[in-house]
Design a protein around this ligand. Structure first.
Ligand code: JFZ
Length: 308
């Protein structure tokens, strides 16, 4: 087994954070697509995004209290909005909002201090903001025409430069969590893996980087899907929600109980997998209390049962 994955398999439990401009309308991270909101209108949401209650240390402290050893945060989700200061694209939290700060920089510092491994989610194929991003199914067809797409302009002009920024300006990045690769060619899939490895050779890549078989250092199962030990040569994880959504939403209030979460954690870890448990922070920059209290209970259970 690849020694590069040791920290991750031994870490077992991580915090997934879906946080972006979509927190403002508060209907989940697919809001722009579901509502077919035009790019210009969606950009206006940035003026209202001012998460002044964001406190990187508090988030990292909560992760630690829950027993999590790493954090995977959405650096850019499908809406194309970068949650850090990006020179490659001005549609980002530092340049387009009154907030003006770089939360990923602050998280990188807080993680370093606390000994938590910081990792980034990056939507490398779906991007509803960029005119040339092209996915197999889920494109912004209300602003852009499919036949006018020149994918390489997006790939070389935004995706790869932003991945480079993430891997050169935030210290060690434990892993890059790619997603929804539908339509990405085998050549471009290999290109992105080489790109990451040339910048940070030890940075892990998940299997959702490509639909071509066997790519990536570990397997991300389907959402909330629990794998079985030994079914793949590679280590695997279950990405899981606390309610039924990833991004912040006021609509979904179907929450897993702390008791259920503890059983899921034990079940996944017992089968040899990792659990990546999600929170969806608010537009004010806080982790919803219903989420935080569940995570604290999970941590409490683990500590109570650590000495046997
Ligand atoms: C994707 C995203 O579209 C979604 O917004 C979220 O970020 C989630 C973690 O990942 O959605 C998926 C991708 C793959 C599966 C399910 C949802 N799958 O393989 O079951």
């Amino acid at each position: 087994r690849d020694p590069r994955t040791a920290w991750w398999t031994q870490g077992r439990f991580g915090m997934f954070i879906h946080w972006g401009l979509y927190a403002v309308p508060a209907q989940g991270e697919w809001f722009m697509y579901a509502s077919r909101t035009p790019v210009r209108e969606y950009e206006n949401l940035a003026e209202q995004f001012n998460p002044t209650e964001f406190n990187a240390q508090a988030w990292v402290a909560l992760a630690k209290e829950a027993g999590m050893r790493y954090i995977v945060i959405t650096a850019k989700h499908h809406d194309g909005f970068a949650m850090y200061r990006s020179k490659a694209d001005a549609f980002n939290i530092a340049d387009a909002t009154p907030f003006g700060r770089d939360p990923l920089k602050e998280l990188a510092e807080a993680c370093e201090e606390a000994g938590v491994v910081l990792c980034f989610y990056y939507s490398h194929v779906i991007d509803w903001h960029h005119p040339h991003a092209l996915h197999k199914e889920h494109n912004n067809t209300w602003d852009y025409k499919l036949e006018e797409k020149r994918f390489q302009e997006y790939w070389e002009g935004k995706a790869k430069p932003q991945i480079k920024e993430l891997l050169t300006e935030y210290g060690r990045v434990g892993l890059l969590w790619f997603d929804t690769a539908g339509g990405l060619s085998e050549e471009d899939s290999k290109d992105i893996v080489r790109h990451v490895q040339s910048l940070q050779p030890d940075c892990l890549i998940n299997s959702r980087v490509s639909h071509y078989m066997g790519m990536g250092d570990f397997v991300s199962k389907g959402d909330n899907e629990i794998g079985m030990s030994g079914e793949d040569a590679r280590p695997w994880e279950t990405p899981m929600t606390l309610n039924q959504s990833w991004g912040y939403t006021t609509k979904d209030q179907v929450w897993k109980t702390a008791d259920t979460l503890i059983r899921k954690l034990v079940n996944v870890i017992g089968k040899g997998g990792n659990l990546l448990l999600n929170v969806g922070p608010t537009p004010q920059g806080t982790i919803p209390e219903l989420s935080a209290e569940r995570l604290r209970e999970v941590g409490e259970w683990t500590r109570r049962n650590a000495e046997a």
